[in-house]
Design a binder for this molecule. Structure first.
Ligand SMILES: Cc1cc2nc3c(=O)[nH]c(=O)nc-3n(C[C@H](O)[C@H](O)[C@H](O)COP(=O)(O)OP(=O)(O)OC[C@H]3O[C@@H](n4cnc5c(N)ncnc54)[C@H](O)[C@@H]3O)c2cc1C
Length: 480
């Protein structure tokens, strides 16, 4: 049996490994010179950076992949404490731990109670939803009906996230804190449905981990496992067209020749898959999720105000998302900083720090040209950091920045998570099959079960299972 996997991000790697474990002959095709997709890396002057994801959650998903291959996880995962430090414009500094007592001891009584209650609400929402929407194949009508009958009303179907939070009476800072988790799925928190509150549980309840060597260490470990299992990895090869004959993808045309296989898994952004098929996609008319602007700074000296992960909040969160909704980069954005050197001194030269700084940004609109504005925005973000007491302008040895335009090679219009989950319908991620195509399955952060490292890994595994059922003749595609 033969299969082609298109895309070498977490989803493509996971799919390729699952197929190879089942004895399928797999070729993985990746356009970039290296594997990893959004999980890129930069090494400069002794500083190492992850250029994409840095918050690593749900480690069991990764361990399961190695366990299925009869191997121990080759990357050590350190639980982070605090999970993240929050810097508020009022001067309040809050270290948030998995330990609820330690976290709430820093809050006034009203907020301590609201935190406990909101965390419990997030746990319940996650545990009710995960079996149907995350941990298995995309739910069909029956599974959706069962969820709706059992948990539907408790999932606050008519409420937005801000309306749900308001019921627990948090103070403005605690409310801002809980709103932020919706951005993990690329949503504007003020337009997110209440169900997205479940995301908070994944980080606050289940923990954040640092993979030794950074997220790039995880990419390397998965790539090495895939190669050990015999996956042929072709980097620097761009898929240009998917040729359809009857009900099958009969040929994958690349800039370096054509490939054929019994089954194809496309682990690309779903809009790109449609484009390669020559199909119009309804998703292209949907609102794209958030993009991001990333600064990588090699910084001399040490900054005790920062933890491994730190969020520096804007004073005006609604204004940040109003600017993004207008298609403008926010002038006073919330900034996420990740300094992996705080847990892993090898990530920066002695006495120095590797700063990853990220601001939410709008997906590209026609006419946007970050090549003209990127440098000015990077300098602007450094001024914002300085205004918030984190002046690195005299301390950094170099600055690298990545704009939504750079991300557009990986995601439609530079969006990170596919279409924005601003309603119950759009929160439900697209299914992993396309009507009329029996030997194609979809994987990745823009389809079921969604974005982020663990979900992309699960998506790859689920796509592989669809293909295996097809190849073994059990006819899963009969549902199409
Ligand atoms: C800046 C940033 C920060 C993030 N932070 C976090 C975080 O902290 N925690 C977290 O869990 N998630 C985070 N994410 C999200 C996470 O990175 C993604 O959801 C996940 O990596 C998606 O993996 P994927 O395999 O679906 O897609 P991708 O990583 O995009 O992989 C798709 C691959 O397909 C390749 N490709 C595309 N077109 C073609 C073609 N025509 N031919 C051949 N190859 C092609 C691409 O080059 C790419 O390698 C972040 C993302 C970004 C960008």
């Amino acid at each position: 049996m033969t299969a082609l996997v298109l895309g070498g991000g977490f989803a493509g790697l996971s799919a390729a490994i699952q197929l190879a474990l089942a004895g399928v002959e797999v070729t993985l095709i990746e356009q970039l010179p290296q594997i990893g997709g959004k999980a890129g890396e930069v090494v400069q002057d002794g500083f190492c950076f992850d250029t994409g994801p840095s918050v690593f959650t749900l480690p069991q998903v990764l361990s399961d992949i190695f366990m299925a291959a009869g191997e121990d996880l080759p990357v050590s995962l350190t639980p982070l404490a605090p999970l993240c430090r929050y810097l508020f414009p009022s001067g309040f500094v809050w270290d948030v731990y998995r330990d609820v007592g330690k976290t709430t001891a820093q809050l006034a009584e009203r907020d301590a109670k609201a935190y406990r209650d909101l965390l419990e609400e997030a746990r319940r929402l996650y545990e009710d939803a995960a079996p149907t929407f995350v941990l298995g194949a995309a739910p069909g009508p029956l599974a959706l009906l069962c969820y709706a009958l059992r948990y539907g009303l408790k999932a606050h179907p008519t409420r937005t996230l801000p309306q749900l939070l308001a019921r627990f009476n948090p103070g403005p800072e605690l409310s801002q804190f809980f709103l932020r988790f919706a951005t993990y799925l690329g949503a504007n928190p003020y337009r997110a449905p209440a169900i997205l509150h479940n995301v908070a549980w994944v980080e606050l309840g289940l923990g954040v981990y640092y993979p030794q060597g950074g997220v790039k260490g995880v990419v390397r470990a998965l790539e090495a496992l895939a190669r050990r299992l015999g996956v042929m990895i072709r980097t620097g090869v761009t898929v240009e067209r998917l040729v359809v004959q009857w009900d099958r993808v009969s040929e994958v045309v690349t800039d370096q020749g054509s490939y054929r296989a019994e089954a194809v898994i496309s682990a690309l952004d779903i809009v790109r898959t449609h484009e390669l098929l020559g199909r119009a996609t309804p998703l292209a008319s949907r609102e794209p999720s958030l993009s991001g602007f990333v600064l990588l700074l090699g910084v001399a000296g040490e900054t005790p105000q920062l933890a491994h992960h730190t969020i520096s909040f804007t004073a005006d969160y609604p204004a940040e998302f109003a600017a993004i909704a207008r298609g403008q980069p926010p002038q006073d954005p919330t900034l996420y900083l990740s300094l992996s050197c705080k847990s892993d001194p090898e990530q920066a030269p002695a006495g120095c720090e590797n700063w990853f700084v990220m601001a939410n940004a709008p997906a590209l609109r026609p006419g946007d040209d970050w090549s003209a504005t990127g440098l000015a925005y990077a300098e602007h973000l450094e001024r914002v950091l300085a205004q918030r007491g984190l002046d690195v302008r005299e301390r950094h040895c170099f600055r690298i920045y990545r704009t939504p335009q750079d991300l557009a090679r990986l995601g439609y219009r530079g969006s990170i998570y596919g279409s924005a989950p601003h309603s119950l319908i759009t929160t439900l991620r697209p299914r992993q099959t396309l009507s009329g195509l029996r030997n194609l399955a979809l994987a990745g952060g823009t389809v079921h079960p969604g974005g982020g490292i663990p979900l992309a890994l699960l998506s790859g595994k689920q796509a592989a299972q669809l293909v295996l059922r097809r190849l073994s003749g059990t006819g899963v595609y009969a549902e199409l």
